[in-house]
Design a protein around this ligand. Structure first.
Ligand code: F6P
Length: 324
């Protein structure tokens, strides 16, 4: 028989993402509305192991829907990776009367949630990462804000790049996935988009394109490079040496993870937060919330982590078709 849930905890783990606060707010408010006690666990699994747990009331989540980052802070924990740490974390949950935990984060955070469920604490995951690299879901909280932030930054780099008639390589985040790079590249009209899933390392082809666009009279040449391809600075030196076109590399870095979440991130985070609480109230555990074909659904955690998500084959053509 499904365990009746009275108290839930909520934590954020791994890299922060804009919209995490909106998800926390939704979990807290929908939990309270359904008669639950809600506790905020600070600093992810590391904070859980330190007992950094506090009651969350409705006003604790006032005025956070528009704020980037996470009011619960986030951390990575070495201790929690060990089974001993997981046993201790479950004991701490029991000491605080926590029957279930909502984990907002990426794949690594979800593996932690599975481990906690094995120790008898009900868990539900909400996909929160700017990288969009969680296979079971079409959307992850933070992606829309991150690509819009990066797009605006790249537009600015293009201005100065054109004035100086330079080639610019802009490296965007995404871990080993190219979702951010693809979207930023298309949205900024970049000449080249290098995705880790597709890029074959053919630098000579890039060099030939820089020469060709220069001959065609273009004043700039923007190459969007994914973090998973990397090496932007050395690539810039080699392209400059081979083409004679001044080339600069910019690594956008952490600015992509900050800022006020977009409307899409706030709404998706709210829907996912409410769904997570509904799953727990219905007695569910070891589940992950996902967005599929515009519906909010859920999957078994382990099945979800075994899923694969490929870059659409059409993307390869799109990255080449417009680069002239
Ligand atoms: O997962 C989000 C992300 O920003 C990735 O794009 C990046 O590879 C990683 O986190 C950086 O993590 P850290 O905060 O540990 O440097």
């Amino acid at each position: 028989m499904a365990k009746t849930i009275k108290t839930i905890g909520v934590l954020t783990s791994g890299g922060d993402a804009p919209g995490m606060n909106a998800a926390i707010r939704a979990v807290v408010r929908s939990g309270l509305a359904q008669g639950l006690t809600v506790k905020g666990i600070q600093r992810g699994y590391a904070g859980l192991l330190n007992g950094e747990i506090r009651d969350m009331k409705s006003h604790d989540v006032s005025e956070i829907i528009q704020r980037g980052g996470t009011i619960l802070y986030t951390a990575r924990s070495q201790e929690f990776i060990q089974e001993q740490g997981q046993v201790k974390a479950a004991e701490i949950c029991r000491e605080h009367g926590i029957d279930a935990v909502v984990v907002i984060g990426g794949d690594g955070s979800f593996r932690g949630a599975i481990a906690l469920a094995r120790q008898g604490v009900n868990t539900v995951g909400i996909p929160g990462t700017i990288d969009l690299d969680i296979s079971c879901t079409d959307y992850t909280i933070g992606f829309d804000t991150a690509v819009n932030t990066a797009m605006e930054a790249i537009d600015k780099i293009r201005d100065t790049s054109s004035s100086h008639e330079r080639c610019s390589i802009v490296e965007v985040m995404g871990r080993s996935a190219g979702y951010i790079a693809f979207h930023c590249g298309i949205a900024t009209g970049a000449e080249n988009i290098l995705l880790p899933e597709i890029y074959d390392g053919d630098e000579q082809a890039l060099i030939n394109q820089v020469i060709a666009t220069r001959k065609a009279g273009k004043k700039h040449h923007i190459i969007i490079n994914a973090e998973g391809v990397g090496h932007s600075s050395s690539m810039a030196k080699r392209i400059e040496a081979a083409t004679g076109v001044e080339t600069r590399a910019t690594i956008l870095g952490y600015l992509q993870r900050g800022g006020s979440p977009t409307c899409r991130d706030r709404v998706m985070a709210t829907m996912m937060g409410i769904k997570a609480v509904d799953i727990l109230v219905a007695g569910g555990s070891n589940r992950v919330v996902a967005s599929k074909n515009d519906a909010i659904v859920d999957f078994d955690f382990e099945e979800a982590l075994a899923m694969k998500k490929d870059i659409p084959s059409e993307w390869m053509r799109m990255t080449k078709l417009l680069a002239r």
